[in-house]
Each structure stands twice: as structure tokens, then as C-alpha cells.
Design a protein around this ligand. Structure first.
Ligand SMILES: [Zn+2]
Ligand SMILES: [Zn+2]
Length: 342
């Protein structure tokens, strides 16, 4: 099978083609696993973090990609959940131990043995992959393969951050950064909490206009003071400035949710501007979002089909994965990027 693999950690400034196209044997599904013939795989900012070593794969080479949609080709021993030909998706959570306290309470995203698709195991930048059947999800018919792919990461983690935000009717929700995940959060809020007001902080005018178009009541620059204090702000940026700016826009007792797997080091000195009375005092909270649990993925897909949320996508052939990644790195973003393998 064709696969785009990462052979070594590198800086994308120096190496614009970090992935190589190679031929690998089609994997064989083990017990309780399914073999998926992949038709689409989303391209995520986390791949940049893997390539550049902020969340490095433990073993190389590896096939990246964790927003996978395809059809079941073969089932392993005792895998009974899906039949050949059924359409399924795979998300960032590849497996977890299943027996620790976190796993038993449905927080397997926090499990010590958490393994990520396309980092700790081969993912979706290839024609086939295997996964435990319990970590695959049925994809509702309303979505095409490529439309469903970005929902599996940006959507599911957005859903989890909204859950952690614990936003209540009538409150003000801030979103700092307005990329793939944040714009899906805005659509979810519009549907689920129509009297929550959404304020968007984004450095690009295009993103601010897009936010207003989607129903945000206000859109400003990252460092702007919002006209009202926020009950909660969800940060989806890779930087530190938005964290400090968001803390000063929170009301007393407000909560900042940081939805980022890693922050870049570039503007870390901005944290020195942190001023305790302005940014942290008055019982302000900071909470990060880590990974996704299966319930986030399955509940979100159901909700997305019901609303429905149909993401804007931009498609690339598998062989153009490097190009898609570089465009993401350089913020040339027109909808969610998806590798189309069908
Ligand atoms: Zn992702
Ligand atoms: Zn566990």
C-alpha cells in the first residue's frame, strides 16, 4: 500500500518535505481489530507538532494522521462490531488501558497508557490502517468521507472543550483563535445554547469577519478588551499572548480553557507580562484540554449530523500531504485540509 511516512523529526523551516511516499505491506488485523481501507484523512495542526518534535512519535518511521474515514475491509479474530464494507472513522485516541481509574470513568483521554493514532501507532496518511474495533466510530450518512474527516479531531476536541467550559445559558463565551475547532464550537453553541453570546478574538481580519458571519456578537484582535467580561474563554492558539490577554478579559471566577496539545516557544516571554491582580486573582481558573475520550467523538458526530455541521474542506491527493502541511504551517487556510484517497 502507498503511505506517506515521517522518518525523522525536523524543522519545517529547513525541510518542506518531511514526509516520504513509500510502499508498506497492508497491515493484518489482530484480535478485536479491524482493517480499514482509507478514503479520507484530515490534516491537523498536531501533525506539525509531531514533525517538529513538540509531541514526537516514540518510534520512527510512522504514518501520521488521526482523522481517518474509510470502510472496513477485514475483521480480526473476535472482532464482531462491524461488518466488511461498513463506513467507520478513527480519531486521535487509538487505544487506552481500559482498566485504570480514568478509563473506568470514561476519561480514557487521561490514561497513562493513552496511545494516539498517527503518533504511537500508524495512522491515516496511507491506503490502509488497523485499529481496535472499540476505537472506531460509525459515520452518519449525511457526511461525505472528506466532510466527516475533520469532524473527528477539530470537532471532537471542540466538543470536549465546550464540555469543560461548563457554559450556562445567558453567559458570555470567548473564543481566542478562530480556526477549524473554534468555528465548529461556534456552530455547536448556536445550536445548543442560543442565548450564549460568543465573542471572538482573532488576529486575522478574515477570521473575525467569518466569526461575525457565523453569529459571533463581537470580534476583535487577540489583545483587545472585550466590551463585556467573559464567563469562559476557549483558547485554540499555539501561542502565549492570547493566554495572557484572555485572562484579563475573564470575569471574577471565570475559566480559561486551553485547547492545545503543545504551545510553541516563540512568544513565551509574553508570560512575563502576567500580572497577578489583573490576570489571575479573583478566583480565575485555567484548565487545559487533553486528547479526546471516545464519548467526545461519538457524541459529537451524532450532534454534528443532527445540526448538521458540514465542514468546509479543501482536498489534496495523498502524495500532496507535504504541501497541505506547509500550507497549514503558513496559515494558508481555506477550510479544513483533507487527503482524499478514494
Ligand atoms: Zn488533530
Ligand atoms: Zn487507562
Amino acid at each position: 500500500m502507498k503511505a506517506m511516512v515521517l522518518n525523522e523529526i525536523c524543522s519545517l523551516k529547513e525541510n518542506r518535505t518531511p514526509l516520504q511516499l513509500i510502499t508498506l505491506p497492508i497491515p493484518t488485523p489482530k484480535e478485536k481489530e479491524i482493517l480499514i481501507k482509507i478514503s479520507a484523512c484530515g490534516v491537523c495542526h498536531t501533525e506539525l507538532d509531531e514533525i517538529e518534535g513538540r509531541t514526537p512519535p516514540p518510534q520512527l518511521p510512522v504514518v501520521l494522521g488521526h482523522q481517518v474515514v474509510g470502510t472496513v475491509k477485514k475483521t480480526g479474530l473476535n472482532a464482531k462490531r462491524y461488518k466488511a464494507g461498513e463506513r467507520v472513522g478513527v480519531a486521535w485516541i487509538y487505544s487506552a488501558c481500559g482498566i485504570c481509574t480514568f478509563c473506568r470513568q470514561g476519561d480514557e483521554n487521561l490514561c497513562e497508557a493513552f496511545r494516539a493514532t498517527g503518533r504511537d501507532a500508524n495512522g491515516g496518511y496511507a491506503e490502509y490502517m488497523t485499529v481496535l474495533e472499540d476505537f472506531a466510530y460509525k459515520i452518519p450518512d449525511v457526511f461525505s468521507d472528506s466532510q466527516a474527516a475533520p469532524l473527528l479531531c477539530a470537532g471532537a476536541i471542540g466538543f470536549r472543550s465546550l464540555r469543560l467550559a461548563n457554559i450556562k445559558d445567558g453567559q458570555n463565551l470567548g473564543l481566542t483563535g478562530f480556526g477549524a475547532s473554534a468555528h465548529l464550537v461556534l456552530k455547536m453553541v448556536n445550536y445548543q445554547h442560543s442565548d450564549v453570546k460568543v465573542f471572538v478574538f482573532a488576529r486575522s481580519e478574515k477570521e473575525r469577519d467569518f466569526a461575525l458571519e457565523l453569529g459571533a456578537v463581537w470580534a476583535g484582535d487577540t489583545e483587545d478588551k472585550s466590551p463585556k467580561k467573559m464567563d469562559c474563554i476557549i483558547d485554540t492558539t499555539p501561542a502565549w499572548k492570547p493566554v495572557v490577554a484572555a485572562l484579563s478579559n475573564l470575569r471574577p471566577g471565570g475559566r480559561l480553557i486551553i485547547n492545545a496539545i503543545r504551545k510553541e516557544e516563540r512568544d513565551k516571554d509574553y508570560l512575563m507580562k502576567l500580572n497577578y491582580p489583573e490576570h489571575l486573582w479573583m478566583e480565575k481558573e485555567i484548565k487545559s484540554v487533553a486528547n479526546v475520550a471516545r464519548k467526545d467523538v461519538s457524541e459529537f458526530i451524532k450532534l454534528a449530523a443532527e445540526i448538521p455541521i458540514i465542514p468546509e474542506i479543501q482536498e489534496y491527493p495523498l502524495e500532496s500531504a507535504n504541501e497541505a502541511l506547509m500550507e497549514l504551517k503558513e496559515r494558508k487556510i481555506r477550510g479544513a485540509k483533507v487527503l482524499n484517497l478514494s
